[in-house]
Design a protein around this ligand. Sequence first.
Ligand SMILES: Cc1cc2nc3c(=O)[nH]c(=O)nc-3n(C[C@H](O)[C@H](O)[C@H](O)COP(=O)(O)O)c2cc1C
Length: 367
Amino acid sequence: MSSANIQKVPHLVRLGRFTFDRPVVLAPMSGVTDLPFRRLAASFGADMVVTEMVASESWLDGDAEMALRSAGVGLSPHVVQLAGREARWMGEAARAAEANGADIIDINMGCPARRVTTGWSGAALMRDLDHALGLIEAVVGAVSVPVTLKMRLGWDRASVNAPELARRAEAVGVAMVTVHGRTRDQFYEGRADWAAIARVREAISIPLIANGDVADFADADAILASSGADGLMIGRGACGRPWLPAAIARYFHDGECWQGPTGEALADVVIAHHRALREHYGPFKGVLAARKHLGWYIDAALASAGGTAPGDATEIATLRRDILRATDATTIEAGVGALLGLIEASGRAAASLHAATDRSIRAGRAA
Ligand SMILES: Cc1cc2nc3c(=O)[nH]c(=O)nc-3n(C[C@H](O)[C@H](O)[C@H](O)COP(=O)(O)O)c2cc1C
């Protein structure tokens, strides 16, 4: 156990019938955290996983994509994130989500996308806190399960009102707040400001989750230390590494720095994910959905190999291109197995080449 971890005392967060110790949450990401991805992250041991944003009004209108997004069979807790601008639809959607098995309802007040904010949903709600509060009250009043709220620091640097929104949300019954340490006008630019999240910590006594730019164990320690949050949320860091929230949860609990599956175990994960996507979306849309994940897995494997032998670069690039163009499941699966094996072997070869070069340089200096 590392010395940093020996000092870590249990830090319990209670949400309805669920109790977590410094929860590590997979962030809601539209186009990414569909049911197959959430199941995968949860199967590794993420404490909580959150649906893609579900547009409340469209869902209630019968939109098939929103219905698919809201699904959570087999997940516990099943957290549904709702977006919208009208209290009435948000309340009704929350009621429908609870009736469909949601254990927790999360409200989106952080999405920066123009098509969302121009409809006065997502982060735009931070520009009118009275309106935002009406929406929150409608959701809290509609359900018996816990309601959580996800926000940014504010609309822009001149209006950092996350502490005020969080305080008012707590007063009307919100059970937990997540803050992404950027303002809306930053979109995803620059670095998330973890210390600014501490202003929210001072404003509320309900659990606080900090979010933004967590990619490894050191970031996990740093975001909790800077923000004083009770847990953290990981988004992009989990793309190509669905085990990352679980790895960080494990690190918090026993100090182990698990780097995720390698070798055949990694290929099995990628292939199972690919199959689950085809099943979830059907073969045509499933292939398209799988491509971005396959690309992320390959990039993550390359990063984790820490470099490849120069002679392998062309073969790696060709295999990668062929996998991402293929539509046939057998070709994709065979290609994934071969490419991940090649990347690992090439990474080991590159590392021993570097070590041998270092030894000969040192020997040359000593002579
Ligand atoms: C592709 C993508 C889609 C996202 N979709 C949502 C969403 O549906 N709801 C939401 O609240 N945040 C959404 N976010 C924001 C993330 O939940 C998270 O707050 C943000 O990415 C910062 O965390 P990270 O640095 O760990 O990625 C999305 C982010 C990305 C990159």
